[in-house]
Every structure is written in structure tokens, then in C-alpha cells.
Write a protein that binds this ligand. Sequence first.
Ligand SMILES: NC(=O)c1ccc[n+]([C@@H]2O[C@H](COP(=O)([O-])OP(=O)(O)OC[C@H]3O[C@@H](n4cnc5c(N)ncnc54)[C@H](O)[C@@H]3O)[C@@H](O)[C@H]2O)c1
Length: 268
Amino acid sequence: MSSKTPRRALITGGASGFGLATARALLEQGSQVAIGDVNTDQLKAAARALDHRNLLPLELDVTSKASAEAAVTACGDAFGGLDALVNSAGIIDFAPLEEIREENWDRVIAVDLKGVFLCCQAAAALLRDSGRRGRIVNIGSDASKVGWPTISSYCAAKFGVVGLTKSFAGEFAPYGVTVNCVCPAGVSTTGMGQYVLEFKRASSGKTPEEILAATASEIPLGRNPTADDIVNAILFFLADGSDFVTGVALDVEGGLLSTTARITGVRD
Ligand SMILES: NC(=O)c1ccc[n+]([C@@H]2O[C@H](COP(=O)([O-])OP(=O)(O)OC[C@H]3O[C@@H](n4cnc5c(N)ncnc54)[C@H](O)[C@@H]3O)[C@@H](O)[C@H]2O)c1
């Protein structure tokens, strides 16, 4: 089978950022794609931008079991089944420990962690029965692997996403369904990326260009990641060629958490 065999996919958070870019790539491969998102204005804009007969835009709140189940049912009705779930919906909250608002903590955990659980649970039966070696791809973060000050709720949720990935990988393995996680470093062009950049600008007084140059200088491969870098990793896990890869949390961060180019003098 070609590595680009079309799949019937549901992408949460599909109206923006990595989710939207993944939807575009899958549609270009001939896949049937549902984009589920809580932001209805963004969802309409995404549907207009993608403008494709194989696209199914769905209102979806991943924090609601009923909403997750309704989205999966809609995919089953429209596509006759489901081969892939990409959990890309996500939010972030900045606050040092003593200033974290309880409702913000709950919201981040609900969207970023519970949402992954609810959507995997809702899609489980269709993925098992897909007949196509189903796929789940979760989106973690570099905050899935190391702690970052002032985003502890996000870190807690994203570490948890790796735990869900590895647990569900074992549960789905008997059915040939793979479950993997992509862990990106910061990409400034998405909705969340813009929010993070603006937060850093407002709190540091630096320009966006200075901030991006500073983050790039920390990365051994010498640049910030792009949305394409992340989508390529998602597509790898969705492709038939990765049939034998499961339970992996793949860093897409230019070596940021794995190595350094400094000591050898490769880069200043
Ligand atoms: N951009 C980055 O730097 C970066 C880095 C690491 C990980 N991530 C992760 O990538 C994923 C996608 O983020 P992005 O950068 O594309 O940002 P984005 O803001 O462009 O996309 C996130 C989408 O999730 C949707 N969403 C939020 N709450 C939802 C809910 N309750 N139900 C359904 N949809 C909901 C938003 O409306 C938005 O369309 C997130 O899980 C994020 O944590 C992003």
C-alpha cells in the first residue's frame, strides 16, 4: 500500500494551526476529513479556506463526552467509518504557581488531557473496526518532556498526553491500531504560537523578532520549527509505512531537548 493511502480522519482543533494544516495535507492525499473545533467562527473560515467536497466541519468541544461522541457518530455517518483520529485541540495558560487560577487549571486539564481521553474513547470502536489499521496521533509538546516555569498546568496535561499515548498504544495493539504522539517545540505561526509570542513580547519588552531569534539560538539545528515540520511528523504516524510504530512520543524540536551544538563550538 502507498504511504499516502487516503484515510477517513477526524482532527480535533482542526480549524486552526497544526490541525488545519494536517487537514489540508490529508485532503490533498484524497482523504475524507472531519475538522472538529469549539471555535465556530474559525471553523467556518477553515471550511471556506479548504473548500473541499471531502471536508466535514463539525462543532466539537473535546471537554464534553456527548460532543465527542456526536462528532464520531457524524464521521461514521458521513464516511462509513473512521481510520484516524488526530487530537490537536489545545490551550495554554501562563501563571506562576501562586497565581494559577483554579478555573484556568481545570480548563487546561479539561481541554489538553481529558479531551484526548474523551475523543480516544469515543472513536475507539470505529478505529478498531476500520479495517485499515487505525491511527491515533496525539499532539504533545516539548512541555511533555521537561518542566517549563509558569506553564505548569500545560506541562501536567502534556506529560499526561504521553502517558495516555503509551497506555492506549498497548490497549489498541491487538487490533493493529497505532497510537503515537508528536511533541513540537514552539511554532509561532499558529493560533497558540501567536498567543505565546504576544505573551512573551508583553512580559519581556522585546520585539517578536528578538524573541524568535533567541529561541532559534537555543535550538541545535539553528532555527525555529515550522508548522510543516510538525505536520510531516503527524503524516508519518498516519501513513501505512509506520504500521509497526506505536507508543512513541516523537520530539520535533531540532535537538532542543536531546543535544547541544554549543560545547563543540559548532554554534555560538
Ligand atoms: N504552536 C506551538 O508552539 C505548539 C507547540 C507544542 C504543542 N502545541 C500543541 O499543538 C496543538 C495545536 O495547537 P496550535 O499551535 O495549532 O494552536 P491553534 O490555537 O492554532 O489550534 C488549536 C485549536 O484547538 C481549538 N480548541 C481549543 N479548545 C477546544 C475545545 N475545547 N474543543 C475543540 N477544539 C478546541 C482552538 O479553537 C484551535 O482551533 C495543541 O495541542 C498545542 O498544545 C503547539
